[in-house]
Structure formats: C-alpha cells, structure tokens
Design a protein around this ligand. Structure first.
Ligand SMILES: Cc1cc2nc3c(=O)[nH]c(=O)nc-3n(C[C@H](O)[C@H](O)[C@H](O)COP(=O)(O)OP(=O)(O)OC[C@H]3O[C@@H](n4cnc5c(N)ncnc54)[C@H](O)[C@@H]3O)c2cc1C
Length: 105
C-alpha cells in the first residue's frame, strides 16, 4: 500500500513520519515550490509535544527549546486579551504531562 499525502505542513509531515514508523510507504505532494520558515519562533502546545514525544523527538526539542512558564497575548493597546487566556487554558487542559515549548526558528 502506498499513501499520498497532500501538503507538507505539520499535519502532512507528522502523518508521513507516523506512516514511516509503521513501515507504510507514502509520498508527500506540496504545492509550494519551496518550504521556508515564517516568523520568529514556534510555540508548541501540549498536544503537539505529545505527538512529537511519540515520534521520539522529546530530547531534541528539550535541547532546542525553552519550556514556557506563561503564555500571554496582548492587543495593539498593550492590554492582555482575555479571550486568548481562555484559548490557552483550553489548549493546556488535560495535557498536564506535556508542557509547552517555545522554539526559535
Ligand atoms: C504566522 C503564523 C504563525 C503561527 N505560529 C504558530 C505557533 O507558534 N504554534 C502553533 O501551534 N501554530 C502556529 N500557527 C498555526 C500553524 O501554522 C497551523 O496550525 C499549522 O500550519 C496547520 O498545519 P497543517 O499541516 O494542517 O496545514 P498547513 O501548515 O497549512 O499545511 C498545508 C500544506 O498543504 C499545501 N497544500 C494545500 N493545497 C495543496 C494541494 N492541492 N496540493 C499540494 N499541496 C497543497 C500548502 O501549501 C501547505 O504547505 C501559526 C500560523 C501562522 C500563519
């Protein structure tokens, strides 16, 4: 069986790594001519850390990144956004065994 994965975003790449571990051949098709980094850094939330840990990347992540103590979002007036706090609580709920890690690009 050979699987076609459309898109080399995080979803496609992690799917490819999982299939590779299972010994299933796959081919990734990406529309973008080149893959380039975007932005300054990546904030990896607990559910992403869990998946990367399953893929055996926990130690490399720990060496590359910084465990996040607090995540705060501010609006253009410098005020903390309450809505983002709710998103943060939602993202971390039920993932107490995996922290959040910030990685510089
Ligand atoms: C500026 C910015 C900063 C972000 N920072 C963070 C962060 O710090 N932490 C975090 O968790 N999330 C962050 N996100 C969100 C994160 O990037 C997305 O949640 C994530 O990329 C979604 O992954 P995906 O694989 O589902 O989709 P995508 O990353 O969108 O990947 C889809 C891929 O499929 C390709 N594609 C689409 N159609 C086709 C086609 N027909 N044929 C072939 N290829 C195709 C696209 O070119 C793309 O490369 C950020 C997003 C942005 C825009």
């Amino acid at each position: 069986m050979k699987i076609a994965i459309i898109g080399a975003g995080p979803g496609g790449l992690v799917t490819a790594l999982c299939l590779h571990r299972l010994g299933i051949e796959c081919h990734i098709f990406e529309a973008a001519p080149e893959i380039r980094p975007l932005g300054v850094g990546l904030n990896l939330l607990p559910h992403a850390i869990r998946e990367l840990t399953i893929l055996g990347l926990a130690e490399r992540l720990a060496a590359l990144g910084v465990a996040t103590a607090e995540l705060s979002y501010y609006n253009k007036f410098g005020a903390k956004s309450g809505e983002s706090r709710e998103v943060w609580l939602l993202a971390t709920a039920g993932h107490s065994t995996h922290s959040t890690v910030a990685v510089s690009r």
